[in-house]
Write a protein that binds this ligand. Structure first.
Ligand code: 2P0
Length: 323
């Protein structure tokens, strides 16, 4: 009745921002991501008849708020397994939690896979993806490695809102450098941020309407390994998401000054012909995606920007693993 899983974080190139159903956590838009090799959550789940409720330790600290979403995911798996047993969950990230590095993505993907193994349910990856989505929309993507697409789906029950792999990481081994520009937890979770954007941002409707074309363009660029086209559509999707977020009331400005300096630096490199582009999520860190040939130069440029605290390096990673 116990198992451990490792799932990697992922970053979206075409972003998820907005929900069409909060209860089932159904996204308003699809998304396309890459799974990162070196940023992961290790999650141990143990079902125990001595427990009266699920007990979550995240990086050694007991969590009360987050554990409602954990219990919601586990309830789905418990029902499938025909058990009422509660679980002890110990999860650890090897990277900063809740600072725009998608710790909920890796965390919920690892949770669902570990609980599936502990209950010996042997669900397929698509089913795991659907259940992980209930914990966190981006977690559905972390079930898979390499390039991944999350489908928005049309069904009200969410059965067609799952992720699936687009391209193996070996088939286009891009690299990612993460410039850390601030430490500490963010003030507003992306979940509540995107809900506020949907109800108050005048640009939210345009964001949703123009999104399918970005997904098509990114998918085609990935299949063709066309770096420049993937760069263009990814940067535009990121700017569009932030435009909708900034125009939210109250505004959601996730960037600090160093974030903006990093954006300019990455765009200047690409103008000089270096194969690199940036993306950024609901936090101040910048992710630079590049070809292997550009890693050293991009690393040096980012590390040299005043206020950049650290630059993490990673390749593309595999899907969730039982350990
Ligand atoms: C993404 N983000 O596509 C977007 C871009 C943040 C900005 O998915 O409410 O933590 O748990 O479903 O998955 C982060 O949102 O949101 C996210 P919930 P989640 O990566």
């Amino acid at each position: 009745m116990q198992a451990t899983a490792r799932a990697r974080s992922n970053i979206a190139l075409v972003k998820y921002w907005g929900k069409r159903d909060a209860a089932l956590n159904l996204p308003a838009v699809g998304s396309i991501s890459i799974t990162l090799d070196q940023l992961w959550s290790d999650t141990h789940v143990q079902f125990d008849e001595a427990l009266t409720k699920d007990d979550l330790l995240l990086d050694g600290h007991r969590q009360e708020q987050q554990s409602m979403r954990v219990t919601a995911c586990l309830d789905i798996l418990r029902e499938l397994a025909g058990t009422k047993l509660r679980a002890r969950i110990e999860s650890a990230n090897n990277f900063p939690t809740a600072a725009g590095l998608a710790s909920s993505a890796s965390g919920f993907a690892a949770l669902v896979a570990a609980a599936d193994a502990a209950l010996d349910l042997q669900l397929g990856p698509r089913e795991l993806s659907i259940i992980a989505r209930r914990g966190s929309g981006s977690a559905a993507r972390s079930i898979f490695g390499g390039f991944v697409e999350m489908h928005v789906g049309v069904e009200r029950d969410g059965t067609d809102s799952y992720a699936e792999p687009l391209l193996d990481r070996q088939d286009w081994p891009l690299h990612v450098l993460v410039a850390i520009t601030a430490r500490g937890r963010k003030e507003i979770s992306s979940g509540s941020g995107m809900t506020q954007s949907a109800s108050t941002s005048p640009y939210f409707e345009a964001w949703v309407k123009t999104h399918p074309a970005d997904l098509d363009a990114a998918r085609q660029a990935i299949f063709a390994r066309d770096f420049d086209h993937l760069a263009d559509v990814s940067e535009q999707s990121c700017f569009k998401m932030h435009a909708a977020a900034i125009a939210t009331d109250p505004p959601l400005l996730y960037w600090n000054g160093v974030t903006v300096d990093c954006i300019h630096a990455v765009r200047a490199l690409r103008r000089r012909g270096v194969p690199v582009f940036f993306t950024n999520d609901a936090g101040p860190q910048i992710k630079a995606i590049c070809e292997a040939s550009a890693v050293n130069e991009v690393q040096a440029v980012l590390a040299d920007i005043p206020g950049v605290l650290e630059v993490l390096q990673t390749g593309l990673g595999p899907g969730v693993e039982i350990r």
